[in-house]
Design a protein around this ligand. Sequence first.
Ligand code: S6P
Ligand code: ZN
Length: 182
Amino acid sequence: MIENYLDLERGIMEHWNSKVVRKASDMRGFYLANDALEKMIEGGDPVIYEVYAVTHENEGELCYGVTVLHPGKVGDEFFMTKGHYHEKRDRGELYIGLRGRGLLLMQKDEEVQWYEMRRGTVIYVPPYWAHRSINTGTEDFVFLAIYPGDAGHDYGTIAEKGFAKIVVEKEGRVDIIKNPRY
Ligand code: S6P
Ligand code: ZN
């Protein structure tokens, strides 16, 4: 498909061929507060985020997708995506904020960086950097991501170790602290 329509105000994309829904039960092991997560799952297993994407698999092609990350917390940690490296590590990505507010957390070896995102923010994720988004606001955090067709996703590395930093609410403020499990 060549042409599409993205409602920039609402962050809704008309056409997509891939929809991924991550519920609380898909996020086991990603948050420090296991008990709080289990309680949430028992209480109805809410959706944490959805991704609507147009995908192509070949080298030279591009994929693009809208992520809708809902607001909320598990324990003190804000709702976040799983986060990943690209399977082909030398593939970069572009993030564009559409709605709400959040953080993009990036990590390469032991180096960690984070960037605030809101409507209009453009972040270039260079090759070799793992990336995770976090909703630090009270409404949906929505962004568009554009990445190479053959990038692939390596979730295992992050699932095992997490990122070196976690994003929590402390005394009503957003705090980026050392991940005690890392
Ligand atoms: C894909 C891009 C995004 C994420 C999406 C969900 O390379 O970075 O579309 O897939 O934000 O995050 P995750 O970590 O569950 O794939
Ligand atoms: Zn990516």
